[in-house]
Design a protein around this ligand. Structure first.
Ligand code: PRP
Ligand code: URA
Length: 211
């Protein structure tokens, strides 16, 4: 599906790897690898509109004008903690990218996000920014993260998640219609504890082996 600012992935490799992530028998080591691999596959799609400029290159045969990525280096901004798991997957595609961090955690009772850290590469307003979080549940964390990035001057913002709930996707789209959203799989719904169903459980705990 590619509806205005939302792209839902359909590639079989992404779908297969997401199914492996969901399996409660998948251990920490394999879970981390899968998150990274999925981020790389999704990144390939999410970065297809990076601007190009022709530069002069001398081949062994002759000198020619040939396209290379233009402008300031990409900014990758994981939402702590779970977004960290996706960073190396994007760096595999764009090794020279700058990495910022936004620290947010969801209150267990209210499900509202609380900020504890924000550091973004300068000049953020000139960079394409790829915000990373494997889970888009109520959408509270994603909306808050994009709010912070915009407050710091960020303009060209993408948001990449591996699993989204319809509620969170709608909330992010309504709050930030200018943000390009990339979703690995759109799940059914949230449960009473605001967990995604069928989902994969708590992404941060599964990446870092905590409980
Ligand atoms: C998880 C996840 C998202 C957020 C999604 O993080 O990584 O950031 O919940 O939920 P939302 O859409 O309802 O805001 P969590 O707050 O559990 O923190 P963690 O990554 O440190 O585990
Ligand atoms: N955060 C997660 O890690 N998983 C969910 O299902 C919802 C929020």
């Amino acid at each position: 599906m590619n509806e205005s600012n939302v792209t839902i992935m359909t590639h079989p490799l992404i779908q297969h790897k997401i199914s492996m992530l969901r399996d409660s028998r998948t251990g920490t080591n394999e879970f981390r690898k899968l998150i990274e691999e999925i981020a790389t596959l999704m990144g390939y799609e999410a970065l297809r509109d990076l601007p190009l400029e022709d530069v002069e290159v001398t081949t062994p045969i002759e000198t020619c004008m040939t396209p290379m990525i233009a402008g300031k280096k990409l900014a990758i901004v994981p939402i702590l903690r779970a977004g960290l798991g996706m960073v190396n997957g994007i760096l595999a595609l764009v090794p020279s990218a700058k990495v910022g961090h936004i620290g947010l955690y969801r209150d267990h009772d209210t499900h509202e996000p609380h900020e504890y850290y924000c550091k973004l590469p300068d000049p953020i307003e000139l960079r394409t920014i790829v915000t990373l979080d494997p889970m888009l549940a109520t959408g509270g964390s994603a909306v808050a993260a994009v709010d912070f990035i915009k407050q710091h001057g960020g303009r060209k913002i993408k948001f990449m998640c591996i699993i989204a709930a319809p509620e969170g996707l709608a909330r992010l789209q309504n709050a930030h219609p200018d943000v390009q959203i990339y979703v690995g799989h759109l799940d059914r719904e949230l449960n009473a504890d605001a967990y995604i169903c069928p989902g994969l459980g708590d992404a941060g705990d599964r990446i870092f082996g905590t409980k």
